[in-house]
Each structure stands twice: as C-alpha cells, then as structure tokens.
Ligand binder design. Structure first.
Ligand code: AVJ
Length: 324
C-alpha cells in the first residue's frame, strides 16, 4: 500500500506532513521551513481537546451548533439514504453526539464503527454509548483515520455509510481532501454512502470572529501548541512572546491561523534552535470553506456522486450525502 501511504498528507498546513513523522520530527521539519508551520492535528492533546470543546460553545463559533441543528432537523431525510442493516463508520470520532442523532433517526443501522486514534477516549465513548443504545453493534477501531485501516470483520457483509462531520475536511488542502475522500471510498467499498459536514464560504466578518473570539479561547487553543512543545519536546517557548492571529483569506477560501512572534527571539525545541524575527509567524492551521457547488465538484473529482445537501437558514453550513 505504498501509494496509499504516500497519499496521506494529513492536515498539512502548507506542505505535506509525512504520515510516519513523529511529533519531534514534524516540529523540526515545520519550524525549519522558511514559512514556519505546524500541522493542526497536533492541537489535540488533552488540554487542546478541552479548549476545542470550549470553542464549540462560543457565541462566535457557529459551525458546531449549526451542524447539530441541521442533523437534528433533517436526520429523518438523511435516514432515507441509509440502506437496511447498514454499518455507520465515523472517521475521527471526537464525540459520539452527532452519530447518535443519525443512529436515533435511522433504526435500520445495525452497527456503528467509530474510528479514532485515541484508544482510551474511544473506548470510554463506546462504553457510554453501549449503555444507551443496546440494539446495534458498537465496534470501535483505534486507528489514524487519515491512513489506511481495516474495518471490523463483523461488518463484512453490511452496506457501509461513512460519516465525517464537523468540517474536519476543511483542515486538508483541497487536493488532500479529495485524496482523503478517495481513500474513504476504498475503505468503505463499492456502493458506499458518505455523509460529510462542510463549512460554507460566507461573510468575512463572520468567519474572522469565529476564529478570533472575544473571550480569547481560540487564542488559548492556538497558543497551547507552544505549551505542548515545551512539555513534550523540551521546548522553551515564552507564550507571552507570541500572539494568536486568525483571518479569512478570501483568495484561498480558508481561515488561516498563525502564531506571531512579538520580538526577535531564538527558541530551542526538540534539540534544535529556531530563529524568529519580530512579526514572523508559525502557520498553525488552515480551515477551508466551500460553496455547495465547490464541495460537490471536489467530491466528484474523488469518484463520489452527490446525492443530497442539507443546509441551515443562514446558509452557514452544509451536510452532504454522497454515493460511490
Ligand atoms: C475542528 C477543524 C473543524 O476548523 O473550525 C476551531 C478547528 N480551529 N477553531 C475548525 C478550529 C480554530 C475546527 N475543526
């Protein structure tokens, strides 16, 4: 599966992050580039995951509550696209809350396969869910969902429905998003269905505020990556010497998050010293936004046929159903 391994350019901020890189290798690689950068996947240590949870409740951060609203009000319609005795396979399950809405609206689902890299967290979620939903098989898979993984043998003969909510797909470069969708299709198999949540292009002021909230929670979330490097890689970042910067780049249709150095400084991390000029940034995240049409085109380029799209009344977010 060499081609697959090569194709997995997970969460790359600007370039390709080799799938097999360790955190230390990644930091040396990313901070060594002329535009310093880090992969957004490293935000999610325990503190970062808690901060992201806090973000989802912020008044400015509309995606989570908007998507939940779409799922809650349209799940019955989505259910019509889910085959009898299907297995629902969720790519990167931070929480089972969204899948639960689909499962409750689609009693024909016979199995739920949450896939996540964090085994402890996943098993906790599975145990909780088994207490509430006892008529379906809950089969967690501990794996990096951006890489190739095997589905549990128990669902061998079941029709498959992929689920990728949260606009996590926005963290990929568009060509990597297409490659991810292609790979998801290979994992799910012929005839599969896929339900994907995608944040939409909208007014810049709304987007800017969603990623630079008044309470400063997103700033803390962004700066936490420095704290993580200090703790895990023996770094000496001074968190007060960097500031959170987030803006919608209209030409690229993406939110960019950066950490801007407030002075000329040297920082040592992972045994290497990096020079920062005042005003220089580490590019820490891209969050791509799509129109309904541009996402359908992307999906089509990856071999998926658009079946249906559900949105909210403000046209902020879209949930797409696709068929292989
Ligand atoms: C988890 C990738 C969907 O891009 O909106 C939130 C991450 N970053 N605020 C997003 C995030 C800053 C979030 N995703």
């Amino acid at each position: 599966m060499a081609a697959l391994a090569r194709s997995v350019l997970q969460y790359s901020a600007r370039h390709e992050a080799a799938a097999s890189e360790t955190f230390a290798e990644h930091v040396i690689h990313g901070l060594g580039d002329s535009q310093k950068w880090l992969s957004a996947k490293y935000f999610y240590d325990a503190a970062g995951s808690d901060l992201f949870e806090e973000i989802t409740a912020l008044p400015e951060y509309y995606p989570t509550r908007t998507e939940l609203g779409i799922l809650e009000s349209r799940a019955a319609e989505m259910s019509a696209y889910i085959p009898l005795a299907a297995a629902l396979v969720e790519f990167g399950t931070g929480s089972t809350r969204k899948a639960r809405i689909i499962i409750d609206a689609a009693p024909q689902i016979a199995a739920y396969v949450p896939v996540d890299i964090s085994g402890d967290f996943l098993n906790e979620q599975a145990t909780e869910l088994r207490k509430q939903v006892w008529n379906i098989a809950i089969l967690p898979v501990v794996a990096d969902f951006t890489r190739d993984f095997d589905l549990p043998p128990q669902i061998r003969n079941r029709p498959r429905v992929g689920f990728f909510p949260g606009s996590t797909i926005g963290n990929f470069e568009p060509q990597d998003a297409a490659e991810f969708l292609r790979q998801a299709g290979r994992i799910l198999g012929p005839g599969a269905t896929m339900i994907v949540g995608v944040d939409r292009i909208k007014d810049k002021a709304v987007l800017d505020a969603a990623y630079d909230d008044a309470a400063g929670v997103t700033a803390k979330f962004n700066l936490n990556i420095l704290r993580r490097m200090n703790r895990e890689l023996g770094g000496n970042f001074d968190l007060a010497a960097f500031r959170h910067k987030a803006f919608y780049n209209e030409a690229e249709h993406r939110i960019e998050m950066h950490l801007e150095s407030l002075k000329d400084q040297n920082v040592t991390v992972a045994g290497h010293t990096f020079v920062f000029a005042k005003g220089e940034t580490i590019h820490t995240e891209n969050s791509y936004k799509y129109t309904v049409e541009s996402f359908r085109e992307l999906a089509q380029s990856a071999g998926w046929r658009p079946l249906a799209t559900w949105t909210d009344e403000r046209d902020y977010f879209a949930v797409h159903a696709l068929k292989l």
